[in-house]
Write a protein that binds this ligand. Structure first.
Ligand code: MSP
Length: 483
């Protein structure tokens, strides 16, 4: 069974930060988990490189836009490799592959009679890359960027959204287009009940973008072509058998996004797909937003966290685990470096790292060498978890299947701390003097618990999982985490 999962494509106006890493990590953990379950996963991420915002940044740095995009897109790719993100494809919107797909789609929208040209006047916020309505302004300013949007009067091509809103609403209501969490579904249904205006799909005053194929005075609106990445990346612009990926993987099983971009993904994108007569994505999941020490992450405040710095400090596996161990995926939350540091020491270095060392040291010392319990880590690539030793495996798998990643991690953490309590309660070092058989039993129980932990953490900390299994096999303890 195939599974196609996507992240938003990130704007290249700045280098990757921890929030981009957060979205990408959720997708990666899910992709790795589903591969372990035997699914044929296609995991797409990439960069959003056109539009006024990126062009302005390039100018500030005295670079031509393409050169600037190449540089920042490279930083994204490097950050993801640094975090061991197993994307199958990295789409860049300045690539020929993307442009081909987009041009094909725009021509089809025109042929289907869904676009028309009209005069437009509106307030455009370059930071958001969208027109804002009067209602969205606070004291005349964009609430997110605290700047007055620009009043723009120009000719645009528009898309006949109203033709499709009824169908979209039905599909969302019936979960044919599953929107999670529920509160986002409710929001979208209410929004669909308002009189949504047709949206602009091109811009006259923008230079850095893809030409509208039938009108060279216009560039395709950056958000419209960005959404199209989800199928341009599957070779949609190619012909016949060369477009095999599209046939194999579309529709997307999951578009993972942040809660800020639901309207684009649950209204505009499905409307475009309906016009193109293509199936809609099966699910859109919108995760929450987080603050850093209670404040919005911003360059002005100077609290932007670079994921590469965390990897340097704690290693990539611990960084992956810590970032996802903060709050439930669908909720908002807060992150602080102090809390991450404390969790690194308590949950990883102490609870997990020390547990493994202690058990292996004692097994060597008290000569617990029951071969029956030795394992070959490479035989266990799949999820052949054992349903024993007090672990609620069904609950864990259910959490993983439903993107309750935070709860799944909490279950592992709890299991590890229970194992530490079990050591303290049974004191195998004392049993070694009084009851050798019982000492063996206790250590073998812990040993098997550790095998289970190693397998459970595999999607989160793939190398630590492997290292644990290696040590459990060889019986040679080495520190798991840097002190
Ligand atoms: N380029 C568009 C997306 C196009 S998808 C077809 C875009 N890019 S972005 O770089 O500005 O943001 C992408 C995503 O980053 C957001 O949807 C969200 O997932 C994530 N986040 C950015 N800041 C965030 C937080 N402070 N907290 C959590 N995630 C947030 O929008």
């Amino acid at each position: 069974m195939k599974y196609y999962i996507t992240t938003p494509i990130y704007y290249v106006n700045a280098k990757p930060h921890i929030a981009h890493a957060y979205t990408t990590l959720i997708a990666d953990v899910l992709a790795r988990y589903l591969r372990l379950k035997g699914k044929k996963v296609f995991f797409l991420t990439g960069t959003d490189e056109h539009g006024a915002k990126v062009a302005q940044k390039a100018q500030e740095f005295g670079k031509n836009p393409q050169e600037f995009c190449d540089q920042v897109a490279g930083q994204f790719e490097k950050a993801w490799l640094n975090l061991d993100i197993t994307f199958d494809s990295f789409i860049r919107t300045t690539s020929e592959l993307h442009k081909k797909g987009v041009v094909k789609m725009i021509k089809q929208l025109k042929e289907n009679g869904d676009i028309y040209k009209a005069d437009y006047e509106g307030f455009y916020c370059t930071g958001c890359e969208k027109f804002l309505t009067q209602k969205e302004l606070i004291d005349g300013k964009c609430a997110d960027h605290q700047v007055e949007p620009e009043l723009i009067r120009e000719k645009n091509y528009f898309f006949k959204l109203s033709k499709y809103t009824g169908v979209i609403k039905e599909k969302v209501k019936k979960d044919e287009l599953l929107v999670r969490p529920q509160k986002r579904k409710n929001e979208i249904i209410s929004l669909l009940d308002t009189n949504l205006e047709d949206f602009s799909i091109s811009r006259e005053s923008v230079e850095w973008g893809i030409d509208v194929p039938f009108d060279k005075t216009q560039k395709i609106y950056v958000w419209v072509e960005a959404l199209m990445n989800y199928i341009s990346a599957l070779d949609y612009g190619k012909q016949g058998r060369q477009a095999g990926k599209f046939k194999k993987f579309w529709p997307a099983d999951l578009h993972l996004i942040g809660k800020d971009i639901t309207k684009f993904h649950i209204i505009y994108w499905p409307a475009i797909l309906l016009s193109l007569k293509l199936p809609l994505p099966k699910q859109v999941f919108a995760h929450g937003y987080f603050t850093i020490n209670g404040e919005k992450m911003s360059k002005t405040i100077g609290n932007v966290i670079d994921p590469n710095d965390l990897v340097e400090k704690w290693g990539k596996d611990a960084t992956r685990y810590l970032i996802l161990n903060q709050f439930p995926v669908g909720e908002d939350g807060d992150i602080s470096l102090e809390k991450l540091e404390a969790q690194y020491k308590a949950n990883l270095a102490n609870d997990l790292g020390n547990l493994l060392q202690r058990v292996l040291v004692m097994m060597n010392k008290f000569e617990v060498k029951d071969k029956a319990f030795k394992i070959d880590p490479y035989k266990h690539q799949d999820l052949d978890f054992q349903k024993e030793f007090d672990f609620d495996l069904d609950g864990f798998l259910n959490f993983m299947d439903n993107l309750k990643i935070f709860k799944a991690i909490k279950k592992i953490d709890k299991y590890i701390s229970q194992s530490n309590k079990y050591i303290e309660a049974n004191k195998p070092w004392e049993l070694a003097k009084t009851d050798k058989i019982q000492c063996q039993k206790v250590l073998i129980t812990l040993y098997r618990r550790l095998i289970l932990v190693a397998r459970l953490i595999k999607p989160f900390m793939p190398d630590i999982s492997k290292e644990m299994l290696n040590q459990l096999e060889s019986g040679e303890p080495k520190p798991l985490f840097k002190k």
